[in-house]
Design a protein around this ligand. Structure first.
Ligand SMILES: NC(=O)C1=CN([C@@H]2O[C@H](COP(=O)(O)OP(=O)(O)OC[C@H]3O[C@@H](n4cnc5c(N)ncnc54)[C@H](O)[C@@H]3O)[C@@H](O)[C@H]2O)C=CC1
Ligand SMILES: CCCCCC(=O)/C=C/[C@H]1C=CC(=O)[C@@H]1CCCCCCC(=O)O
Length: 165
């Protein structure tokens, strides 16, 4: 797919979850994997841009969606020691509401069609619909740009200077 490998470019959409953006105390490992998907997506999107892969890489973070995975909350084998906490998860579901898969399909289509999106973290919730996690990228970009073109000591000084008020 990458132009660097002779491909035509394209778009990759990784599937994270709202659990990757907020702590899900009954599912710490799930939370960690979904956070990982977000970090990986954002880093690879930046790599793709710099290396001119021609591939847009984005991720989506739906809240609860009506699919078979929700039934796994009632499986002790899946929940392990958090099985006893399934009522808390059910309460969370009832507070958040449950999306239909079509809402996720709408998000997928938006990412495919909007060619400006790269490194985006799309949230999909019952109350707000499709919206995006806002990162303070200005500082990060500034640091990355300076660090990429300077020797470490010079870059460090420049970044420190630029942050002085
Ligand atoms: N349903 C929900 O509430 C939400 C789901 N997600 C994410 O969406 C993605 C899809 O989940 P759903 O369609 O909801 O669940 P699902 O349970 O309907 O589908 C998951 C699929 O993954 C397959 N699978 C599981 N382990 C696998 C493995 N090791 N190798 C290959 N395939 C494997 C299963 O056979 C199943 O077909 C997952 O990454 C999930 O974490 C994200 C947010 C909310
Ligand atoms: C706000 C969390 C939204 C999570 C959406 C999601 O990815 C759901 C996945 C669940 C399906 C089976 C599970 O074991 C998953 C995790 C449930 C996390 C719920 C956290 C509830 C809580 O912390 O109270």
């Amino acid at each position: 797919m990458s132009r660097a490998c002779g491909g035509n470019g394209g778009v990759i959409i990784n599937v994270s979850s709202m659990a990757g953006l907020m702590p899900a105390p009954q599912q710490p490992v799930y939370t960690a994997t979904k956070c990982g998907v977000i970090g990986f997506t954002r880093a690879m999107a930046e790599t793709s841009k710099r290396e001119n892969y021609g591939v847009r890489i984005n991720t989506m973070c739906p809240a609860f969606v009506n699919t078979p995975i929700l039934k796994t909350i009632d499986e002790e084998e899946n929940m392990g020691k958090y099985f006893k906490d399934r009522d808390a998860i059910r309460k969370m579901m009832s507070n958040f509401g449950i999306l239909e898969p079509a809402a996720v399909a709408d998000g997928l289509m938006k990412i495919i069609e909007d060619e400006t999106l790269n490194g985006a973290v799309m949230k999909i919730t019952k109350t707000k619909g499709i919206h995006f996690e806002d990162y303070a990228t200005g500082y990060l970009q500034e640091v990355q740009e300076v660090v990429m073109r300077k020797d470490p000591e010079e870059a460090n000084e420049e970044v420190t200077e630029s942050r002085k008020c």
